[in-house]
Design a protein. Structure first.
Length: 451
């Protein structure tokens, strides 16, 4: 629990944090890409069914991410302050809080499958396929939420390599199991979408066991003394004060994507399937920016707790410059190779054409999208989650959804994709200005050189 990130070269520290996260997030994306690829071999209808599940699965993933963000923020700052007792207590209570919350959502999720996905636009012939997947996925939710919170605590201690290794092994298991359960290879029954869900739950169960073992045996972040109820509730409130707004921020995006999915459903199953494939390709292209944003949490949290404010300023400057570089690079690459990448998932010409159009328009604004991610992570690490909520709400509900409906009415599917880019661009500019103003107001004489 030493202060790992409050000294040394800032650029080197960010690279050291980000590179393992790139690999870890790549493993997560590979998780989803493998499912998409093998389900895509079943047909367009099955691919559309999985695309309908994406916003709901992402919403619950965002809940877990929000809880992890809240826990990581207070853990990182406690490490920076040198308070080891609070570090252990917050880590342990964050896991118990995750268990309590996930139990409620499992019940709610199982009871609302049909009405929820019908509202999202799933037709009568697609809905049974969605039900096959989600009934199993909901029962395995505990293996999604608890490890995400646990891995966030590990990263808050400055260890980004171990969570990445855990996710890499889990992704490998998922990829190996997908063809066995989905397509029925190796003599196993052909379970199709149910098989995709089973493979995911088994792989996630591994992350559950592994993250708990690392927290206890390697990082020594767990406390097994029974806390007083009042003390535990105070810890939960401290976590939720940041975690709930962070979860709301994360959940706004998949909820909005669900609304856009229902809008695309008017154009047919091919449009929904194309959007699902393009979204997964996009996730792959944005891995590095997601990793950079994730690395800002522990770095900013520890340095802010140690009052090394100039190091925070330096990290933001480096991060924003990298977002511009990476965004331009991905825009060029996807414009050139998007059609070929999409066709490897599904050969339907209409699916390929729509997904390729998305990958031609939206990546132009990946740079401001990265700035949004970095800014949100910084605000959460500072214990100020509200700006992230405001930025994301404006991006989705004030810009993206209204512009998408307007664009769809006048320009069709292309108008929806242009709306995505415009919302990225406008929100990215606002995120940069707000973040810079917040950090400048709090800058003091640094404890050490940022270089």
């Amino acid at each position: 629990m030493r202060q790992r990130l409050t000294e040394g070269n800032v650029s080197a520290q960010l690279i050291k944090l980000t590179l393992p996260l790139v690999w870890g997030i790549f493993a997560i994306v590979a998780f989803n890409l493998a499912d998409t690829y093998f389900v895509g071999q079943l047909g367009t209808k099955e691919l559309a069914a999985m695309s309908f599940t994406f916003p709901v699965v992402s919403t619950f993933g965002s809940l877990a991410m929000g809880l992890g963000t809240g826990a990581a923020s207070i853990i990182a700052r406690a490490i920076g302050e040198g308070d080891q007792t609070r570090v252990k207590r917050f880590t342990t209570n964050s896991l118990t809080l995750a268990l309590a919350i996930v139990g409620v959502f499992i019940v709610v999720g199982l009871l609302t499958i049909d009405p929820l996905f019908t509202a999202l636009g799933a037709t009568a012939d697609v809905l049974p396929l969605v039900r096959d997947y989600m009934q199993i996925w909901y029962l395995g939710m505990i293996f999604l939420v608890v490890p995400m919170v646990g891995n966030s605590a590990i990263r808050a201690a400055g260890n980004t390599a171990t969570p990445s290794i855990i996710m890499t092994v889990a992704a490998g298991i998922n990829i190996a199991l997908d063809p066995l359960f989905i397509l029925g290879l190796g003599g196993l029954p052909r379970l199709e979408l149910q098989g995709a869900a089973i493979a995911t739950v088994i792989a996630r169960a591994l992350t559950f066991v592994a993250s708990l073992m690392v927290l206890h045996f390697k990082e020594h972040l767990l406390c097994f003394q029974r806390p007083k109820l009042s003390e535990m509730l105070r810890c939960w409130l401290d976590i939720l004060r940041i975690g709930l707004p962070a979860a709301m921020t994360s959940m706004i995006t998949p909820i909005s994507v669900g609304m856009i999915t229902s809008l695309l459903a008017f154009y047919g199953e091919e449009a929904v399937a194309a959007f699902g494939v393009a979204s997964r390709v996009e996730s792959f292209a944005l891995i590095t920016l997601f990793a950079l944003a994730a690395s800002m949490g522990p770095f900013v949290g520890q340095n802010w707790g140690a009052k090394a404010y100039t190091r925070v300023q330096r990290s933001l400057k480096i991060s924003f410059q990298f977002c511009l570089f990476w965004g331009m690079l991905m825009a060029v690459l996807l414009a050139a190779t998007g059609r070929q990448m999409v066709s490897s998932f599904n050969g339907n010409p209409e699916v390929v054409a729509i997904a390729a159009l998305y990958l031609l328009i939206v990546p132009i604004t990946y740079a401001p999208a990265g700035i949004i991610q970095v800014s949100s992570a910084t605000f959460n690490a500072l214990g100020k989650p509200i700006p992230s909520v405001v930025m994301t709400a404006i991006r989705m509900f004030v810009l993206y959804i209204p512009l998408a409906y307007f664009g769809s009415h006048f320009f069709g599917i292309q108008g929806i994709f242009v709306a995505t880019g415009l919302s990225n661009l406008l929100t990215g500019v606002g995120a940069y200005l707000w973040n810079q103003r917040t950090c400048n107001l709090r800058q003091t004489v640094p404890l050490e050189s940022a270089l």
